[in-house]
Design a protein around this ligand. Structure first.
Ligand SMILES: Cc1cc2nc3c(=O)[nH]c(=O)nc-3n(C[C@H](O)[C@H](O)[C@H](O)COP(=O)(O)OP(=O)(O)OC[C@H]3O[C@@H](n4cnc5c(N)ncnc54)[C@H](O)[C@@H]3O)c2cc1C
Ligand code: FES
Length: 256
């Protein structure tokens, strides 16, 4: 884990209210694994004391990218930052995905799609896995990264709630159809997105007896395991810290 003053290389809108932020950091890029996140201080001074946790989307030799949606004051402020300014960043943080070979299905909803690109790249490049990505969004303008996944060599399935692109309905309905087909049986399912989506993915994979890892986007305080501000109930009792024990968990480990 490093604390770096990272120079902004790019910070641009990509679609809807989504932005791509590229930060220069050789040390974070070298240490990061898929599923980990950065904790970013969007402004110095007392107004924005709490850092904002954002998943690592892509790694290059000297840079780390994230994709974020402007939802409030912090991400709004972040969207105004310009190249050559710098940001105080702590990372990489948390426990990432366990890489598996064979066939993998990646399910992303909303901003949860962002963290899956780094995962897909490592599954393909390091594990020679066959990767199917299911991208869920409310409407076609909010479909994230479809081309990026295709360029990596993934089979991409798009799903919009209003039916303006791809399968009409929830991404979990598409997953259910996919898993119901004889012979589709993937070795593992990975999912990142809103809690109701993760809950349904956990239920389906348990029904079909397929191992599943979920990445949670809980509200956070310190981001390093000290404040207990991010805890979720564990299935076997007690609590788990999303920032330190996760954000990626075996779906059977957490009470979704
Ligand atoms: C491990 C992790 C990874 C994340 N990765 C991404 C990512 O890659 N891209 C992305 O766009 N967002 C991601 N998030 C969510 C992101 O951290 C929040 O959207 C951000 O902190 C909101 O800050 P804000 O000041 O703009 O919003 P606020 O003004 O604080 O809140 C605005 C709205 O966003 C909700 N919100 C605030 N924080 C969170 C949170 N941590 N999780 C869910 N909802 C929240 C609030 O309830 C409120 O409705 C991630 C969160 C976690 C914990
Ligand atoms: S945010 Fe403080 S323990 Fe997780």
């Amino acid at each position: 884990m490093f604390q770096d003053k990272c120079r902004i290389l790019a910070n641009e809108p990509i679609c809807g209210n989504f932005y791509r932020l590229v930060l220069e950091s050789k040390s974070i890029a070298a240490a990061a694994v898929p599923g980990q996140f950065l904790n970013i201080r969007v402004e110095q001074g007392t107004d924005f004391l709490l850092r904002r946790p954002l998943s690592i989307h892509e790694i290059k030799k000297n840079s780390v990218s994230i994709i974020y949606k402007t939802v409030g004051r912090g991400t709004g402020k972040l969207s105004l930052k310009k190249p050559k300014e710098s940001l105080d960043v702590i990372g990489p943080l948390g426990k990432g995905y366990t890489l598996s070979d064979g066939k993998a299905v990646l399910v992303g909803g909303g901003t949860g799609v962002a963290s899956l690109k780094f995962l897909a790249a490592d599954l393909i490049n390091k594990q020679q896995a066959a990767v199917v990505v299911m991208i869920g969004a409310r409407t076609r303008e909010e479909v994230l990264c479809g081309n990026e996944f295709s360029e990596l060599g993934c089979k991409v399935e798009i799903c919009t709630e209003d039916g303006t692109l791809g399968f009409k309905g929830m991404v979990t309905s598409l997953l259910k159809q996919y898993l119901s087909v004889m012979g589709a049986h993937p070795r593992v399912v990975y999912a990142c997105g809103p809690m109701p989506m993760l809950k349904e993915v956990g239920r389906l994979t348990s029904h079909f007896r397929i191992p599943c890892e979920v990445s949670l986007e809980e509200h956070m305080g310190c981001g390093v395991g000290a404040c207990m501000g991010c805890v979720v109930p564990a299935r076997n009792g007690g609590y788990l810290r999303v920032c330190k024990d996760g954000p990626v968990f075996d779906a059977r480990e957490v009470a979704l």
